[in-house]
Design a binder for this molecule. Sequence first.
Ligand code: GLY
Length: 382
Amino acid sequence: MKNLIILFAAIGSLMLCGGCSDNQLLRNDLKRALDVAVEHEKAQAEYMLDREGELPKTFEKGELVTANIRWWTSGFFPGSLWLLYEHTGDGQLREYAEHFTSRLESLKDYRGTHDLGFMVFCSYGNGYRLTGNEAYKEIINEASASLATRFNPTVGAIRSWNTGRKENPELDYIVIIDNMMNLEMLEWSGYSDIARRHADTTLKNHFREDNSSYHVVTYNELTGEVTDKRTAQGLADESAWARGQVWGLYGYTMMYRVTGEKRYLDQAVKIADYVIPRLPEDAIPNWDFDAEQQMKDSSAGSIMASALIELYGLTDNELYLTTAERQLRSLCSEAYLAPVGENGNFVLRHGTGHLPAGTEVDVPLTYGDYYFIEAAMRYLAL
Ligand code: GLY
């Protein structure tokens, strides 16, 4: 029945919009995609209610796969519910958002991961922004204090993974490009020195001459010297893993927004100018920009679209907006957007988590959905 309603709404808006511009059509498509997202997320919430301590991760072999709250993706589902509550004002979405956010409270004291920004700021951060709930603010600040314990001033960065390479487990201090995404929460809580040192160290050591980035940089924990640069989820050490490139793009764009420091904007522009010419026809990145093997990563497409809309707002460069529009057009087409009731009630199809390991290949990903919803809302707010 819900699918029928959405289909009729789609036909109706097409009929009403005979003379619409491409932008208006995209806006209509995005509104419809967000309606679809609401139905997906509500269905997922119902399914998850009696699965205490778990959050949705992906959908494989006909099964919705969940993860423990300590897995790096735990904040995206509550975050999506908050964003859709913001979009619709629907009280049921708010109730679900509050419920699934509360599952993450114990993360405030968890010092075992660098991903606390993803986990706590997407959930509690959006919750605080939309409700002003003071208890949420305390939890965010405690989580930032926990994350700050992972900062090493000699290295000038937050530790990503807890163990080093096999050959040097004691002294290896590993930092991955993804870690840029955790800095917004630190800035918000006043750990600005740490966030900026991390962003500066990453800017110095993670990027190649052509402005593509390494996935993993290893430092000597005692001296801060760089001892190794390589990949974990990409094709090769010298290749450009797509999601890593767009974590960097989003991360430096966000760091410029929150600090006003021009060097971060310059870096975001350099990354954008590296990735945009390498996009394929439908503007959704292949899993690695250097790979011949074709496997889309829709999550990289949605992270990039969201970052480019923000970067357009900061630079007025139309190319960033038109590229995001191409990506959003693809993502809300039937090639990527799943009908309600399919896809484990994740919104997007065709994400790639870790192709070299053979895990989460051509599947929906909870973070792909979160950044798609954010990108659609950013576009509609323009
Ligand atoms: N942060 C892990 C990933 O992007 O897959």
